[in-house]
Design a protein around this ligand. Structure first.
Ligand SMILES: C[S@@+](CC[C@H](N)C(=O)[O-])C[C@H]1O[C@@H](n2cnc3c(N)ncnc32)[C@H](O)[C@@H]1O
Length: 248
């Protein structure tokens, strides 16, 4: 398993980070735009953390939302919110129960693959996503962008500092400082090259791998000066991968 404990005390931070313009104007429109209509969808939010996406998808009308995470602190927060809001989300820790295998139309894994510390963990995460999906259905996942900017301050306006060491190569630890408002936290994601990400996805049974660009919301007042540097050099990539359809 990866190291979920580094997130145990970060639920409030991730919830408040979700309110920042970076997530509101760049990440959410990009990811939710690719998710598309959720009515009737069965979704697994893999590495759901505090449940930010799980709640969004349940509120938007997904039929089934399951959030899975290995961090006790994150799940505690998500479960507390679910007890208050009763959106019908199921949260689980550990492996996906056998009865839920091949039952999902979409697996969302936002900022989860970077917490694989070696290729075997990366493959295990991709396999967990593949096992959850019905054949022909898709995974949307956001690893560290293979072409991430290496100036630590480049992303500071988005509430983070990213400290890379060179040369960037598979499984190189990256320092991620989450600095905004009252928060100043440090986590360690890992860098993966595009070739290795694609290799792990393919080995796990995904085909038709597509790299998507970030976008902003269609409407609303988006500050071009704020979003453009991110659009030019996003810190995360958005990958869509389709689980191979069942052979006839
Ligand atoms: C950066 S947080 C992102 C949380 C959420 N997806 C979001 O977008 O706010 C990464 C989460 O992935 C979880 N995670 C990392 N590796 C995992 C694994 N192998 N299985 C389950 N959860 C994992 C961590 O515990 C953490 O909550």
């Amino acid at each position: 398993m990866t190291d979920g404990s580094q997130f145990d005390s970060l639920a409030d931070l991730y919830v408040d980070w979700s309110e920042l313009p970076f997530r509101q104007h760049l990440e959410f429109p990009s990811v939710l735009g690719l998710v598309g209509p959720v009515d009737g969808l069965r979704v697994l939010d893999l590495g759901c953390g505090s449940g930010v996406y799980s709640r969004k998808l349940a509120k938007a009308g997904a039929t089934t939302v399951v959030g899975l995470d290995e961090s006790a602190g994150m799940l505690e927060y998500a479960l507390r919110r679910e007890a208050e809001e009763k959106l019908g989300i199921t949260y689980i820790s550990g492996a996906l129960p056998a009865e839920l295998r091949e039952s999902f139309d979409l697996v969302l894994a936002v900022y989860v693959l970077p917490y694989a510390r070696d290729y075997s963990q990366l493959l295990t995460l991709c396999q967990a996503a593949a096992e959850a999906l019905r054949p022909g259905q898709r995974l949307l996942t956001l690893p560290i962008h293979p072409a991430v900017h290496t100036d630590p301050e480049y992303y500071s306006r988005y509430g983070m500092q990213i400290i890379t060491s060179t040369p960037l190569a598979d499984a190189v630890p990256v320092g991620l400082n989450l600095r905004f408002g009252r928060y100043d936290a440090h986590v360690i994601p890992y860098y993966w090259t595009a070739a290795t990400l694609e290799r792990a996805l393919t080995e796990a049974g995904f085909t038709s791998i597509t790299w998507h660009l970030h976008r902003t919301a269609d409407s609303g007042d988006v500050d071009a000066e704020f979003v453009q540097p991110y659009l030019d050099k996003p810190h995360a990539a958005i990958i869509e991968a389709i689980k191979a359809p069942r052979q006839a």
